[in-house]
Design a protein around this ligand. Structure first.
Ligand code: B12
Length: 461
């Protein structure tokens, strides 16, 4: 979320020893390569550290390190940064460390290339022939009470709290374990308890004083699938397409009894004649978080600043869960549910809630459609940045599917045949879509050596 220019200007001004980049979602990966290229162009020699949920040693070796001629080091865990930094700034050992890092990265590149030649993907036509087999029965297609767009401003925070999944809260603080069993852990138990108590105290203050504002917008739309796309209609006559969502299909080779899933498989096909629906949503609990975090920072209280942000993230996920429950009820099939909070956290309910960026729909640009259809910025104040991150950070957006057989899966690697087809379906030029899908591509767009395929967009690629 910080521009390359700002990072590099600040680094020069402060004459820093190292630059560290952190990437939460896929678009950050491309941005990191851009920063590395800029560092080379501007003649930097500062080592570059890479970390964050979406980064990996292999990606760093293949995509980022070749763009910069000084050490680029992937650090899995912030607690290991101290050891790495100590070696990178020690004049006696930094050369040896850098050489070892380069050697490790060459090995990773070689391993990656050889694993790619050993794997193969199904042609997209074959993967489509192996789409999820669903016996489309009218009884499995719930009819909704109401379709359209609904906005909830200032959702009561105390109603969201019971939906919090606390396990990821401990991960933020680098404590591994499931809540509440984590309290019994001999090593991390006492620390976890202390953190939890502090969190409860701050959370009560946030709820009582309404320090965060929670907003949500959601919509249920008449929808049918057409191939790998999902058409949303303006009304139940289904005569006019409102917008089309695009899904990506698994192309990995599987056992004959297994299917190659795409999310579109879970919506009734248009030619089935069944009147299916799909839900879209965006929620935030992030308004007010920066102000509170800054108050703590002004008092040099980093602990509570991080605590405030961690609580806001938990509330955002909890609001998505709470809204999902409400939508299952509006959709009819949720009325008979009697699930505990633990059942909700373990997703023991009918239907799924995939979000653009998650493994079942790795294309972050699909968020743009959600923004346009639900008028998300106007209705909730959540902005979509150029790299499709959401601001405030504590925000979640995604889709709701109701079919009992809908499930989560990972799309995995994509062949060029599917990407060519996808760029046409979305109407986004090929290099742009390849950039967004870069971590999922099974080929290197820069060195693609397959014969040009003539594409019905009019050009040959
Ligand atoms: C918490 C979380 C959230 C929270 C908070 C997000 C935020 N404000 O930061 C909420 C619920 C709001 C959220 C939302 C979303 N999320 Co989320 N989220 C996570 C989750 C579960 C944990 C991330 C986290 O905070 N971990 C704790 C911190 C401490 O760990 P960390 O970030 O990995 O950092 C550690 C190391 O990596 C390292 N490190 C990190 N940076 C750096 C930098 C340097 C220099 C160094 C040395 C080390 C270092 O040190 C840290 C401590 O060890 C991950 C899954 C996961 N298990 O990682 C998904 C995940 C990051 N989210 C994901 C996605 C897709 C999203 C959404 C786009 C979904 C959506 N459509 O709504 C949104 C995006 C939000 C936005 N603002 O744009 C995906 C990203 C996948 C991708 N390829 O893009 C993940 C990986 C889940 C998944 N498996 O698909 N998310």
């Amino acid at each position: 979320m910080v521009s390359c220019e700002k990072i590099l200007t600040t680094a020069r001004e402060l004459n820093v020893d190292l630059i560290g980049l952190s990437g939460l979602i896929t678009p950050s990966l491309e941005e990191m390569t851009h920063v590395a290229k800029e560092m080379k162009r501007q003649g930097f020699s500062t080592p570059l550290l890479i970390g964050g949920a979406t980064t990996s040693k292999t990606h760093t070796a293949i995509k980022i390190a070749p763009s910069y001629h000084h050490p680029v080091v992937h650090v899995l865990d912030a607690s290991r940064a101290v050891g790495v930094v100590a070696q990178l700034i020690n004049p006696n050992i930094k050369e040896t460390f850098a050489a070892q890092n380069r050697e490790d990265q060459s090995r990773l590149v070689a391993a990656h290339l050889s694993s790619r030649t050993q794997q193969s993907l199904l042609p997209i036509s074959e993967a489509r022939a192996r789409r999820t087999r669903i016996d489309w029965r009218p009884d499995d297609i719930p009819q909704t009470k109401s379709t359209g767009i609904f906005t909830i401003k200032n959702f009561a925070l105390d109603q969201i709290v019971p939906f919090i999944d606390w396990s990821p809260f401990f991960h933020t603080w680098e404590l591994r374990g499931r809540f509440p069993a984590i309290f019994e852990d001999a090593t991390v138990g006492p620390k976890a308890k202390e953190l939890f108590n502090d969190a409860q105290q701050l959370l009560s203050q946030i709820v009582e004083q309404n320090l965060f504002q929670a907003h949500a917008v959601y919509g249920l739309f008449p929808a049918n699938s057409v191939g790998d796309d999902i058409e949303l209609y303006t009304d139940e006559t289904r005569a006019t397409v409102l917008r089309t969502l695009h899904t990506l299909r698994q192309q990995m080779e599987k056992q004959p009894s297994e299917y190659n899933h795409a999310l579109a498989d879970f919506i009734a096909p248009k030619d089935s004649g069944l009147k299916d629906h799909v839900g879209l949503f965006a929620v935030t609990t992030g308004h007010g978080v920066d102000a509170l975090a800054k108050e703590f920072e002004a008092e040099h209280d980093d602990y509570n600043s991080i605590m405030a942000k961690a609580l806001a993230d938990r509330l955002a996920e909890a609001l998505a869960e709470c809204l999902h429950k409400k939508i299952r009820e509006e959709w009819g099939f949720g009325m008979s549910e009697s699930l505990s909070n633990d059942d909700l956290i373990r997703e023991r309910y009918r239907g799924i809630r995939p979000a653009p960026g998650y493994p079942a729909c790795p294309d972050h640009t699909e968020k743009q459609l959600i923004w346009e259809i639900l008028d998300v910025e106007k209705n909730t104040g959540i902005k979509l940045t150029e790299s499709f991150a959401m601001w405030p950070a504590s925000s979640v957006s995604g889709l709701y599917f109701a079919h009992p057989e809908s499930k989560y899966f990972a799309v995995g690697k994509l062949g060029r045949d599917q990407v060519l087809d996808y760029h046409q379906r979305k109407g986004i030029d090929l290099p742009t879509i390849e950039r967004w899908l870069s971590p999922n591509l099974f080929y290197d767009p820069e060195t693609v050596n397959t014969p040009p395929v003539s594409c019905s967009c009019g050009s040959s690629h």
